[in-house]
Design a protein around this ligand. Structure first.
Ligand SMILES: Cc1cc2nc3c(=O)[nH]c(=O)nc-3n(C[C@H](O)[C@H](O)[C@H](O)COP(=O)(O)OP(=O)(O)OC[C@H]3O[C@@H](n4cnc5c(N)ncnc54)[C@H](O)[C@@H]3O)c2cc1C
Length: 520
């Protein structure tokens, strides 16, 4: 069998299917090639305000109305209650120290709570990827994308005019010729192997490993007077349990499943013997009283998966007639849920390139820009997360370093929602003329900062750097480290967004910030 398509996309995770739907909407013939078969277990589940905004914008621009409800908790629950989902009201961080094994909910010192939404209706979500990705593939097929699963691609030949893929499906050989090939197969995926591309280093980033699973029967911690007054229920969030050299994530879905795993430096992973799987997991969980209680009666629903290396950066991201999505080009760490927004920014940029036409004389230079931006964003993310790993035992600094991320993310989201994307044209504002270089300096300093006076100086400098882009009140004194979403802060920061209070008020109304009873 030999077929020809304008565009071939390898990998039918959410990003490959979304890219395929967009390409189809732009009038191209599209084939989507998948090695496995849906539904399948995939890790990478927690969305963010920026990720959901990007999804919403893509759905609007390319008329994907069936996908749009998945960008918010409320519309998702009404339209697709059978697609597994988790409520993510914010980012919860608890620090654990072997010398203080108390419940992190009982003290402000060892927690950081950053709300991402003011109420459930417009909240972010965790995507139960088995359901979510199957649904997207089904939608792509309904739009006319040709979908071939269980394919084994053995050879990829890239030429000036296009690419051909050769392989086998269900015992028969096949070839696909295409004018443009998009790799959405994830890290160390199809093109990385087929074109024998090397890996690039992620400077300063520690070598890390992961061990993870899905569980049933994970209990919620009992509410305390502290957790009951928090800006959102702390467990309705991406919950991060941080300790020296690593951290554990806990993401609850509404179908009884909880996703949990540990990411750790090689040194800690060796100490914990992560490669042992279940035994290692329960040893770690049993050493943290609050997790021991939650997971004590839980059952693992899959085999434990050990990932011997989490981070990755491909030496190439795009070529003459091919491009990798950011998720195939590289990955840093799940710590700040950066995978989805980075991937969706890549989908958006490739979609703009496809809008112009794949035989445009600018294709080559457009792809060079795409490659540079993708790498820059991954490297910026790696620098910040490296600084966080370096300070997991210096939690005062860890918390403030996180604010670099939250400040840039909330500023970017607001700027985009106001129709002023030029104010925030890069992930983490890394090419912002002032914030970009300052933030780079700060995270570099944080790699070598000791607790005490040096940490205090760095914290002051972080708050000074954030102030000009802070639209969420992150710079204000906050002894609890609880950051709610606050309309007054955004209104008071309107000049930072080159906007009037009326524009901000209109934005708050249009994005559903106020619940119906609050409007009256
Ligand atoms: C441990 C961990 C936790 C993470 N947690 C988060 C998180 O909480 N939030 C977040 O934003 N990001 C997270 N990420 C990142 C997130 O997983 C990715 O950003 C996301 O999965 C990218 O989606 P995708 O559709 O591009 O690729 P994937 O989900 O990786 O899908 C790739 C698809 O390609 C198929 N495939 C692979 N090879 C081939 C081949 N040769 N031929 C054809 N098909 C192939 C696979 O079967 C799969 O269906 C996490 C990553 C890891 C490793």
């Amino acid at each position: 069998m030999t077929d020809s398509y304008d565009i071939a996309i390898a990998g039918s995770g959410f990003a490959g299917s979304l890219m395929a739907m967009i390409a189809k909407r732009l009038g191209y013939s599209v084939v989507l090639l998948e090695r496995g078969r849906h539904p399948r277990v995939v890790i990478g589940e927690s969305s963010t305000p920026l990720a959901n905004l990007l999804l919403e914008e893509l759905c609007r621009r390319y008329d994907l109305s069936a996908i749009a409800p998945l960008a918010k908790w409320g519309s998702w629950q009404r339209k697709y209650p059978d697609i597994g989902c988790g409520l993510k009201r914010g980012f919860t961080f608890y620090q654990h120290r072997p010398d203080r094994p108390d419940d992190p909910n009982e003290s402000y010192d060892n927690q950081l709570l950053v709300a991402a939404s003011p109420h459930d209706e417009i909240s972010d979500t965790h995507w139960f990827r088995a359901d979510f990705d199957s649904f997207l593939v089904q939608q792509a097929r309904e739009l006319g994308v040709v979908y071939l699963d269980e394919v084994k691609v053995d050879q990829v030949v890239c030429r000036e005019t296009g690419a051909s893929l050769h392989g086998a499906r269900h015992g028969e050989t096949f070839s696909v010729n295409t004018h443009f090939l998009i790799d959405a197969t994830g890290p160390r995926g199809l093109l990385h192997h087929a074109l024998e591309l090397g890996e690039s280093p992620l400077p300063h980033f520690p070598a890390t490993q992961a061990l993870y699973n899905h569980f049933s029967g994970v209990t919620r911690p009992a509410p305390t007077s502290l957790s009951e007054s928090a800006p959102y229920p702390p467990e309705d969030a991406a919950v991060h349990h941080v300790f020296d050299g690593g951290w554990i994530w806990v993401l609850r879905f509404n179908n009884g499943i909880t996703s949990a795993g540990i990411a750790a430096t090689d040194e800690l992973a060796a100490h914990l013997r992560l490669e042992e799987g279940a035994d290692s997991w329960y040893r770690v969980v049993d050493s943290i009283p609050t997790l021991q209680t939650q997971f004590g009666t839980a059952d693992a629903v899959q085999q434990f998966r050990h990932m011997p290396r989490i981070s990755f950066l491909s030496s190439r991201v795009a070529g003459e007639r091919w491009a990798m999505l950011p998720s195939a080009a590289g990955f840093v760490d799940p710590l700040l849920s950066t995978g989805f927004p980075l991937t969706l920014l890549g989908v958006e940029r490739l979609a703009r390139i496809l809008e112009v036409a794949i035989d445009s004389p600018h294709l080559e230079s457009d792809l060079e820009v795409y490659e540079r931006r993708t790498r820059d964003e991954l490297l910026t993310t790696a620098r910040l997360i490296a600084a966080l790993y370096a300070n997991m035992s210096n939690f005062a600094l860890f918390k403030k370093l996180c604010l670099l991320y939250f400040a840039a993310a909330s500023y970017s989201e607001s700027a985009r929602r106001l129709g002023k994307p030029h104010l925030a044209s890069s992930f983490l504002l890394h090419d912002h003329p002032q914030f970009g270089p300052r933030s780079r300096d700060l995270v570099e300093r944080a790699m070598h900062t000791s607790p005490g006076a040096e940490t205090n100086r760095l914290i002051e400098d972080i708050l000074r750097a954030i102030e000009p882009i802070d639209v969420a009140g992150l710079c204000k004194p906050n002894p609890r480290s609880w950051y709610p979403v606050n309309a007054a802060e955004l209104l008071g920061s309107c000049s930072k967004l080159e906007s009037t209070p009326e524009e901000i008020e209109a934005l708050l109304q249009s994005c559903g910030f106020y619940q119906p009873q609050q409007q009256s």
